[in-house]
Ligand binder design. Structure first.
Ligand SMILES: *[C@@H]1O[C@H](CO)[C@@H](O)[C@H](O)[C@H]1NC(C)=O
Ligand SMILES: *[C@@H]1O[C@H](CO)[C@@H](O)[C@H](O)[C@H]1NC(C)=O
Length: 168
């Protein structure tokens, strides 16, 4: 693999901070047909809640038990400075502090892929599946662009499950 891409893969963690707007679904609908109008009020959607989750994301590619593995690449990937075409499947720990052995709050499960030829830019498609406290069993769905060498990266939350229903 080209040097720049290997370097990015071997970084053991990066910081991820998320501001979330989400509502909690309170009741379920009675189905009558294919499609019905629903009252947002009925589902308790008038209220929106803003939460700040703070945790560390460990992308481990080089130790004995990697949490990120390359599952695909193209014939041209090896010739690309940015590893264009690489697809990596992850089950990366999310922890409370930068220490890899600190409290596990969840896992980032999904795929990242090198999607840019001019800069190292990853397509991130993953679920942040939490195991801590009231968030246990709930997940946030992330779909975004990760320009790895930028100090700050912004990745949209496109939804969520259970506690995080209707998250954005
Ligand atoms: C790309 O490089 C890796 C590591 O050197 C090698 O294992 C792999 O076979 C190469 N892939 C192609 C398509 O040349
Ligand atoms: C999270 O939920 C699972 C399944 O219900 C349970 O086994 C586990 O002990 C819970 N973890 C925490 C930290 O509460």
């Amino acid at each position: 693999m080209p040097k720049t891409f290997s370097k990015l893969l071997s970084s053991t963690f990066f910081f991820l901070s998320t501001l979330l707007l989400f509502s909690i679904k309170l009741a379920s609908a009675k189905p009558h047909g294919f499609s019905n109008s629903l009252s947002p009020k009925h589902f308790g959607l008038k209220r929106q809640k803003l939460s700040h989750l703070h945790f560390y994301f460990h992308d481990i590619v080089s130790e004995r038990n990697p949490t990120a593995i390359r599952v695909a690449s193209a014939a041209l990937t090896n010739k690309s400075e940015t590893g264009f075409g690489t697809v990596v499947m992850v089950d990366d720990p999310l922890t409370a502090t930068p220490d890899q052995n600190s409290k596990l709050v969840g896992k980032a499960q999904g795929i990242y892929a090198s999607a840019a030829q001019d800069v190292v830019g990853l397509l991130m498609v993953m679920n942040l599946a939490f195991v801590e406290g009231k968030y246990n069993g709930s997940a946030l769905s992330l779909l975004g662009r990760n320009t790895v060498f930028s100090m700050v990266r912004e990745m949209p939350i496109v939804g969520g499950s259970d506690f995080f229903q209707f998250a954005r």
